[in-house]
Design a protein around this ligand. Structure first.
Ligand SMILES: Cc1cc2nc3c(=O)[nH]c(=O)nc-3n(C[C@H](O)[C@H](O)[C@H](O)COP(=O)(O)OP(=O)(O)OC[C@H]3O[C@@H](n4cnc5c(N)ncnc54)[C@H](O)[C@@H]3O)c2cc1C
Length: 394
């Protein structure tokens, strides 16, 4: 299939680049160049075939986007949260599935090992995950427990020097190719604990989930545990309870807030360029008021969201960002991105439904992004609870 050259230029209507450091701009250039060279030319093909481009795992490791905030001594980048956000924005500008691979590896696998793991676990896994030698996945969601993970049935039972793990997880990004899985399970007291499960452990399988119309270039699967013997040294020793997985989700949701904005920026940029080139009724369609309304509203929403994620990044760097603030930004970026993708698709007319342009792929991807790591409704309820003091979940 013919795919258009990637001519992306980022909108910066409020001179927000002035808020970024030299380091941030260098990070952005490096990831943007990588996406233009290695992702844009191939991703539509992989998405059409619903195939995960496995070669990107090593490439992303070399690029330094796995665990950029993890200290250098464990193989991470030692960078700040704005650099991390910019990386996610640029990767998702290419494809939400590529960003998902990096988010899961960095925020949902490396972060819990770094924050809750033993020194031996950190030394054993983090450098290999950072370099892309290992791919990881994160198992929280179950067939009957999505928005309400506290009801999970997956469990561990004490058996001397190891535990026996039983249960199943579904909708797990990276699962079919993962070397290790950070899995959340209930112990015999009903308390949630994290365990590191390695591919090859007897009774552990990862069937692929087929038939997705979204995130088609990202591999999704189940994690099935049938009396898996997991050595006790693989239990994350420094966290107990739902705050373990929720702590990881806060980091990943922060990355999604920047990432979804990247997809929105790509859709806007594509639609703007098309509106200047496509002639109807002897004029570029961008000269018609109806198309200008769409484009003007897109850039306004993008600018508002850029300010929001930048400020959230500053709060993250200062260790002051709250889960409710992260929820609001994740929800806002997903909402504006899905709306912008739909508007952009309409500006492209019939061409908007083909894979020649990235817009419809983004539009379909964003249906997953607005659903995973807490649905749109759940993030609204988090904001509602924060401002009213009333819990409307139950
Ligand atoms: C492509 C993809 C990749 C994913 N990757 C991972 C992964 O790597 N690891 C992982 O653990 N999970 C992953 N997930 C799972 C994802 O996090 C869940 O799908 C999500 O949390 C929602 O759970 P659910 O699908 O069971 O929906 P449900 O919880 O069944 O929700 C269905 C609907 O009910 C609404 N709802 C639920 N509770 C309430 C309430 N209290 N009040 C009002 N409305 C409510 C929801 O908003 C939603 O609209 C992934 C999902 C997808 C689609």
């Amino acid at each position: 299939m013919a795919v258009r050259a990637d001519l992306f230029e980022s909108p910066d209507h409020y001179q927000l680049d002035e808020l970024l450091s030299e380091e941030h701009l260098m990070v952005r250039t490096a990831v943007r160049d990588y996406v233009k060279k290695e992702i844009s030319p191939i991703i539509e093909d992989y998405a059409q075939r619903a195939e995960f481009p496995q070669q990107i795992v090593k490439q992303l490791g070399d690029l330094g986007v796995f665990g950029p905030t993890v200290p250098v001594e464990y193989g991470g980048g030692g960078l700040d949260y704005i650099s991390y956000g910019i990386m996610m924005q640029e990767l998702e500008r290419g494809d939400s599935g590529v960003r998902s691979t990096a988010s899961v590896q960095g925020s949902l696998v490396m972060f819990p090992i770094y924050a809750y793991g033993s020194e031996a676990q950190k030394k054993k896994y983090l450098p290999k995950l950072a370099s892309g030698e290992y791919l990881g996945c994160f198992g929280l969601t179950e067939p009957d427990h999505g928005s309400n993970p506290s009801g999970m049935l997956t469990n561990i039972k004490d058996a001397g020097d190891h535990v026996i793990l039983n249960g199943s997880k579904m909708w797990i990004s990276n699962a079919p190719f993962a070397d290790i899985a950070v899995v959340w399970a209930k112990n015999e007291e009903g308390k949630i604990q994290g365990v590191i499960v390695e591919r090859g452990m007897e009774g552990f399988t990862t069937p692929t989930t087929h038939g997705k119309w979204s995130l088609r270039a990202s591999a999704t699967g189940e994690l099935v545990f049938d009396n898996v013997k997991v050595p006790k040294e693989n239990i994350l020793p420094n966290v107990i309870g739902l705050k373990g997985p929720l702590g990881c989700l806060s980091k990943a949701r922060y990355g999604i807030a920047w990432g979804a904005l990247g997809a929105a920026m790509d859709c806007y940029d594509t639609a703007l360029r098309y509106s200047k080139e496509r002639i109807q009724f002897d004029k570029p369609i961008g000269a018609f008021q109806l198309q200008q309304k769409k484009l003007a509203e897109m850039v306004t929403e993008i600018t508002k969201a850029q300010l929001m994620v930048w400020r959230l990044g500053v709060l993250m760097n200062e260790g002051r960002a709250t889960p409710a603030q992260i929820s609001m930004a994740k929800r806002n970026s997903c909402e504006i991105a899905t709306n912008i993708a739909r508007s952009a698709r309409q500006i492209l007319g019939g061409m908007g439904i083909t894979g020649e342009y990235s817009v419809m792929r983004h539009m379909m991807n964003l249906e997953s992004v607005i659903t995973y790591e807490g649905t749109h409704d759940i993030h609204l309820l988090i904001t509602g609870m924060e401002i009213t003091g009333f819990n409307a979940f139950k």
